[in-house]
Design a protein around this ligand. Structure first.
Ligand code: SF4
Ligand code: SF4
Length: 207
């Protein structure tokens, strides 16, 4: 966390700093929603799985991409050239580690990765939960919960669409792009702002 704050501080006084602060604070504020809900109903993934990341490249908003670009470039100091053209050749998320079966940007993962199989959906019959159908070990996993079961919840039931809407409202456009393309664009913006800051010019304020 200290590393993130130190790197974030380098952008102080720019729109990048304000936008990053907003999206990272939002992620922090919702972290417990899913943990509480899942532990309350015994919803959990097997220790080693990650199939959802192996068959999926998220469509994300600009702010979600900014958080990922910042994590990769400034916090993890990774070379992100592997992202160029990724989605034209792969079905797997570029930020998934096939060897460890883990997300490499877990703290900055986009909203869809947070809500997938960890939140309820609104249906005509009310709220419902549908468990993961991709698991490597489906035995013993919660398959579904109906409105009656969810109405007895002692913790807040997170609703999938609400989190995407909240992120949409944080930015002028809610359009989404594939993760690899969106992250490369936001990384270019980070490099530009950093080069301006290092040259002591007036940093850009507009988002
Ligand atoms: S159980 Fe489903 S949601 Fe969990 S890691 Fe596996 S595929 Fe992803
Ligand atoms: S960002 Fe992380 S959690 Fe989301 S699909 Fe990629 S590897 Fe999986």
């Amino acid at each position: 966390m200290n590393g993130i704050i130190k790197e974030l501080d380098r952008y102080r006084g720019t729109s990048v700093h304000d936008e990053l602060s907003a999206i990272l604070e939002y992620y922090h504020s919702i972290e417990h929603d899913f943990d509480d809900f899942c532990s309350s109903f015994g919803i959990r993934c097997p220790g080693v799985c990650g199939r959802c990341c192996e068959r999926f490249i998220p469509d994300i908003t600009r702010l979600e991409a900014l958080a990922l670009a910042f994590t990769l470039v400034d916090v993890q100091k990774r070379d992100i050239s592997f992202l160029h053209g990724w989605s034209t050749e792969h079905d797997c998320c570029p930020l998934y580690n096939m060897d460890t079966h883990r997300c490499t940007v877990y703290g900055a993962r986009p909203v869809i990765c947070r809500v997938f199989c960890s939140s309820a959906s609104r249906t005509k019959e009310g709220l419902s939960f549908r468990g993961c159908r991709l698991s490597t070990e489906p035995e013993g996993m919660v398959k579904s919960l109906d409105a009656a079961a969810l109405s007895r919840s002692t913790v807040r039931v997170p609703v999938m669409g609400d989190y995407g809407e909240a992120v949409d409202q944080m930015q002028a456009s809610s359009s989404r792009r594939l993760l690899d393309e969106a992250v490369l664009d936001e990384a270019s913006r980070l490099y530009l702002v950093k080069s301006i800051l290092e040259s002591d010019q007036e940093p850009p304020r507009a988002g």
